[in-house]
Write a protein that binds this ligand. Structure first.
Ligand SMILES: [Fe+2]
Length: 337
């Protein structure tokens, strides 16, 4: 079922060990030029990494460090705008694109019967490519920095999705051309010590094809600082949460449930969370997330174990992605009351 995208069968030699970097935490890193080159050997290794850890790094992405630096500066500038200005770009809540814009406060995740609220998480959502419904602030240059970074992330991610046979001719998603994907500025503000939620971002799993993340940036009293060892992204591997970090020129690809469905459990959706620092005073965190989804009318055919999930409704001609999407939002992101 997978690996139906055309692969360059003349290049089947797995990359040298030095071209991969199995880090101490179990995160495997693949050079971007190897991902671009449709080699069956690299495809197998990437699928293997995504099956094991649900995530993999893609390194040496040309221009990424510079795009990231400019984006972080603009994200920081946006976060410093008065709240009343930021709220001018709040979501309209109207229509399918009503979630775009600045969202104060965090998601609410229902997990194993308990609601977890991410109070210190703020977001700015926009589509890539740009749409008229995007709610860009006029007071900063966030728009160009966001879109330029997003286009690069989209390019790299699509190369990876084609490589593993998730997208491309002969697969269930022939192309992502013309599909509006979603980018998210993530801004984690200083934590409230009284907040019962011990995470900046609670444990969750993505329901779309997958997500891409850049290296986050941390600021303390206006100065950029290193990520505290106990804080940051943690990914569940073999039942245990492990810290995953990437460099400035590297993107982290995370598997979502729709990918697991389409690839029939060949890859595994990634449970992940963002841990708070032990000293929460004045520490802020910025990141950029990009989410890949198929066209809403895509019909997913699968024999994955996720087909047992009540969100997967197949009346004989596959589960319509839009139905899966709406059922997932209802499960994970519903309001508490
Ligand atoms: Fe996530």
């Amino acid at each position: 079922m997978f690996c139906q995208a055309p692969l360059n069968s003349s290049i089947q030699t797995p990359p040298l060990a030095s071209q991969l970097n199995p880090s101490a935490q179990g995160l495997q890193i693949f050079q971007y030029d190897l991902v671009q080159n449709k080699s069956l050997g690299v495809a197998k290794l990437l699928l293997s990494a995504l099956a094991k850890a649900g995530a993999a790094g893609i390194s040496n992405v040309p221009g990424l460090s510079e795009l990231r630096t400019r984006y972080i500066q603009e994200a920081l500038a946006f976060s410093r705008l008065p709240q009343i200005i930021k709220l001018q770009n709040a979501p309209t809540d109207e229509g399918p694109w009503g979630f775009l814009g600045y969202a104060q406060g965090g998601d609410q995740f229902l997990y194993e019967g308990t609601w977890y609220v991410d109070k210190s998480k703020n977001s700015f959502y926009a589509t890539i490519p740009d749409r008229s419904e995007n709610r860009w602030p006029q007071q900063t240059s966030l728009k160009s920095a966001f879109l330029d970074l997003g286009e690069k992330v989209s390019e790299v991610g699509q190369a990876a999705l084609h490589l593993i046979g998730l997208v491309g001719p002969g697969t269930q998603i022939p192309t992502l051309e013309g599909v509006s994907q979603v980018g998210r500025m993530l801004y984690y503000s200083e934590c409230d010590p009284k907040d019962p939620n011990k995470f900046w971002c609670s444990e969750h799993v993505g329901h779309s094809l997958g997500g891409m993340l850049i290296k986050p940036a941390y600021f303390k009293e206006g100065k950029e600082v290193e990520e505290p060892p106990e804080a940051g992204l943690f990914v569940k591997v073999d039942g245990q949460y492990r810290k995953f970090q990437v460099k400035e020129d590297t993107l982290l690809l995370q598997v979502g449930e729709a990918a697991q469905l389409i690839l029939n459990d060949t890859v595994r959706a990634t449970w992940h969370r963002v841990d708070k620092p032990s000293d929460t005073k004045s520490l802020e965190r910025f990141n950029f997330a990009f989410f890949f989804k198929p066209p809403m009318d895509t019909r997913i055919h699968s024999n994955s174990e996720l087909t047992n999930d009540s969100r997967f409704v197949d009346t004989g001609s596959g589960c319509v992605y839009e139905d899966w999407h709406k059922a997932s939002l209802a499960r994970y992101l519903n309001k508490q009351n």
